[in-house]
Design a protein around this ligand. Sequence first.
Ligand SMILES: Cc1cc2nc3c(=O)[nH]c(=O)nc-3n(C[C@H](O)[C@H](O)[C@H](O)COP(=O)(O)OP(=O)(O)OC[C@H]3O[C@@H](n4cnc5c(N)ncnc54)[C@H](O)[C@@H]3O)c2cc1C
Length: 543
Amino acid sequence: MMSRLAPRWPAWLFWWQAACPQGVSAQQRTWAGASRIPGPGGPWGATGTSPLVRRGSSSASSCAPEVVLTRERYSVRRLPFSVVSEDDLAALERIVPGRVITDPEELEAPNVDWLRTVRGSSKVLLRPRTSQEVAHILRYCHERNLAVSPQGGNTGMVGGSTPVFDEIIVSTALMNQIVSFHNVSGVLVCQAGCVLEELSRYVEERGFVVPLDLGAKGSCHIGGNVATNAGGLRFLRYGSLRGTVLGLEVVLANGTILNCLTSLRKDNTGYDLKQLFIGSEGTLGVITAVSILCPPKPSAVNVAFLGCPGFAEVLQTFCTCRGMLGEILSAFEFMDAECMKLVGLHLHLACPVQESPFYVLIETSGSGAGHDAEKLSGFLEQVLGSGLVTDGTLATDQRRIKMLWALRERITEALSRDGYVYKYDLSLPLDRLYDLVSDLRARLGLHAKHVVGYGHLGDGNLHLNVTAEAFSPSLLGTLEPYVYEWTARQRGSVSAEHGLGFKKKDVLGYSKPPEALQLMQQLKALLDPKGILNPYKTLPTRT
Ligand SMILES: Cc1cc2nc3c(=O)[nH]c(=O)nc-3n(C[C@H](O)[C@H](O)[C@H](O)COP(=O)(O)OP(=O)(O)OC[C@H]3O[C@@H](n4cnc5c(N)ncnc54)[C@H](O)[C@@H]3O)c2cc1C
């Protein structure tokens, strides 16, 4: 079953739990790593599929409650932008012929976020194919004072990609061409609408990997990834997009094309302007093309899935892991028992080890199978012998590696099937990382369905999620500002990797000083004086 068994590994390590966890029958046990939602091939452009479209057609979501209009749920006032007229539609039709979408049915999915928590009322979606078309669109919108909401795969977690009122949606779905790939340097240049999974496949066929991976890879666009400065599952190994993105092409609010699409690794000529747009969530410009450095594909990959008796042991396992696996460690993820319960309940994925309070997923990626196996073997003996880990399983072949990753990657999906999800994506000091989850469980009692904690432990990033039957202002009041104040006391970040979008824009002050906020407002005013780009997002509402 397991390939390349290392002779020194104890046999039990390869045992795949035969018994099903409580409540999941043998027939129900499925591993869904390959049929990951979201996946490619839907009606959204040549390659991308909106996960929402797929969710909409599933039985699970057919009875999902209607998503309330953002402007009704939240207290937000429409800014004095123009309203799209018949003349505007005619002008836009001349810019992107046949790609001006006004059909209400087609506009349903792009008006609602992946989590089904916010809904805009845009009446127009544009599908440009080239940077020049984006430039013409923005020049026109700038002149006419029409607000615009850039949208990639619409998988964002903070309500950044959907309009709040009637902003025109500019979708990058048709901007999905690879421009070039250099098979010595590993530099990939592509349009912003390329789906991450498609890019991964493309470079992997050439012996490289995209330095970014996340559960939404089947739908998210590289432009959206850069616009959110997405972190994801390979952050521990390859670091931030701020390091791996070498160049960007961006269309500014007035239609100017800023071509900083360099492929150079070193370039100290003046200010590094691309950094302004990485993580700017569509508020400073529309990213139209990306140049990204892809590292060589590791030839030996192993994934261990381990059960730990407590969070202290999770941390100790991480320390031991860093010490013993060093340069081959590529991911260290954790999830609590509640997460495992939910992926079992909603996705019928079975726990591959004995039930434990915590689980960790450790991935190693290297160039020498024998060398890596030996190191991993030593590490596993150590953590098992010392009681840090009580049970575990190991995968070395692609299929089983995917199965183990599915347990971690699909938690977001399982949560979204559990009800309304209150999501918090926090950076916290490692030793306090899980305390907030325990605190909240006690604070919320029976008011919440589930309070779960999981995340990119190796990056100090906690995903704290609370589910309830439906949105409730009183539950929200119990959660906020409590979570943000708690985080600020630890000098943590209220958004580790998801950005601020619409939902978190007013809590920026918990993680940044007033001087930083003021400078951000000034930069916004400089680059987008009319404020047409993704209004109501990222920066706090001005009172
Ligand atoms: C199952 C699942 C797992 C996820 N896992 C992770 C994870 O591990 N790490 C992580 O960081 N995120 C994760 N996310 C969140 C999300 O996938 C990322 O934020 C992703 O980078 C968004 O890409 P997108 O193309 O869907 O962008 P969208 O959701 O369409 O847009 C996100 C923001 O970027 C702006 N934008 C999009 N395209 C452009 C562009 N071309 N130019 C300018 N602005 C643009 C939008 O206006 C919006 O503000 C996950 C989401 C899901 C559903």
